[in-house]
Write a protein that binds this ligand. Structure first.
Ligand SMILES: [Zn+2]
Length: 428
């Protein structure tokens, strides 16, 4: 009957409207920040040529086609012609440079006057995570707390704390030889296996971050003289490196090792380390033993080419670059590290120069970006939270004009730097 029919129709209509409203609700959510229709470089090698990114609080909650969620976003960024990439990570930075330090007073002045500006400079250049090496325990904690509390504007900081070396090694005898008080703060020295293990335990219990750093460069007692920064230096005995690695691994920490020569790097890898800082800098790789040993356990290589350029070591630069390219092409995970502030460098900008040098060395721009995002996150064991533009991860994101996959130099002018969902630098 008409009347019943009408009722029936109304019921269906209400039902349908309710369903439509429910669907519209799912397809039209609220975001705190929404980037519409950009190219998205995920960080792990994938590229989405046209996608939108939604953020709620400090997390990425949507990466995919534009589904109209932009309408009620608090901050809306038009991504047309722009590229979204993960925030950059620099895995080798020294927030405290020894060049101007002689005592506690100079250290305190450096901490309060220089470090906050450096950290802010890094963040504003798009570096949203750094790993700092060779930093005393107290200053490591102060910087991390300062950033977490918002007192310092800067990237997320991981710190390996003081590095382990031999008493006649680098930097204990080279940079801090004249400053015994600072030497004790910036480095740990070991003359036997028990001391090497104790140093690792101390740094772990003080809350420093994995991977910890060991310096493995210098001569052998009674061997050829070897100097670092004009000072004779002895390498940590290999059994002590092994003891440090074993102690760290038993506590679920990784060790990455400063090396310079092929022999340093090969022995370090044989002693079980997880990563190399610098790698092989001063001589071409003579064979594939290092490559094969690194591939066997996915041992990463932190690049630091910029250090050679910034300190004018222009004979070593092409050698180190060719070695890095060969290891990269062989399948080694390359991680970007600038060794800021080695030489005359601008924190943050220096990281971008490192990526440009990776491209100059022969990596594709996408591989250079991967070295400073996903690869770095894997090396630092934070890939579950950072290093990709992916749903569920923390919203550390850069929005760039143009396409960094064609021209890496567009990294110089990020339109937006977003850390934990907050725009820390932005202009249309
Ligand atoms: Zn360094």
């Amino acid at each position: 009957m008409p009347r019943d029919g009408h009722i029936h129709f109304t019921k269906i209509l209400v039902c349908c409207l309710a369903m439509f409203a429910a669907q519209a609700g799912a397809a039209d959510p609220t975001y705190d920040l929404y980037i519409a229709n950009a190219r998205v470089v995920v960080g792990d090698g994938k590229v989405l040529e046209r996608a939108s990114v939604g953020i709620v609080d400090d997390r990425i909650t949507w990466v995919g086609p534009d589904e109209g969620g932009s309408g009620n976003a608090e901050v809306l960024i038009n991504g047309e012609g722009k590229t979204v990439i993960p925030g950059l990570m620099d895995a080798h930075v020294h927030i405290l440079s020894s060049d101007h330090l002689a005592d506690e007073d100079s250290l305190n002045a450096y901490m309060s006057l220089i470090v906050p500006h450096w950290l802010e400079g890094m963040l504003l250049h798009g570096v949203t995570t750094i790993r700092t090496l060779g930093v005393p325990i107290r200053e490591s904690r102060d910087v991390k707390r300062g950033i977490e509390a918002g007192a310092i504007q800067g990237p997320r900081v991981l710190t390996s704390g003081p590095g382990l070396t031999s008493p006649q090694g680098h930097p204990a005898a080279t940079m801090f030889g004249q400053y015994p008080d600072l030497q004790r703060r910036f480095a740990r020295v070991a003359s036997n296996e028990a001391e090497a293990r104790a140093a690792i335990v101390e740094v772990i219990e003080a809350g420093m971050d994995s991977p910890l750093k060991v310096i493995f460069e210098g001569g052998e007692p009674g061997g050829e003289p070897y100097s670092i920064l004009g000072t004779p230096a002895l390498r940590l005995p290999r059994e002590l490196l092994k003891a440090a690695v074993d102690e760290a691994h038993s506590r679920d920490y990784r060790i990455s090792v400063h090396t310079h020569t092929y022999e340093d790097a090969l022995i370090a890898v044989q002693m079980g380390v997880d990563g190399l800082e610098h790698g092989v800098v001063s001589e071409p790789l003579p064979d594939d033993r290092l490559l094969e040993a690194m591939l066997e356990r996915d041992i990463f290589l932190v690049s630091t080419l910029r250090l050679l350029e910034a300190t004018n070591q222009l004979d070593d630069l092409p050698v180190a670059a060719a070695n890095l390219k060969a290891l990269h092409e062989g399948g080694v995970r390359v991680v970007a590290g600038s060794d800021t502030p080695g030489g005359w460098t601008v924190p943050g900008l220096n990281t971008i120069y490192e990526l440009r040098l990776l491209v100059k060395a022969g990596l594709a721009p996408s591989e250079a970006i991967r070295a400073a995002t996903y690869n770095a996150a894997v090396a630092l064991e934070i890939e579950g939270d950072l290093g990709r533009v992916r749903k569920g991860l923390l919203a550390d994101i850069l929005v760039l004009s143009g396409n960094p996959l064609e021209d890496i130099s567009v990294l110089h002018y990020p339109r937006y730097v977003i850390k934990g969902g907050e725009v820390v630098r932005g202009f249309e």
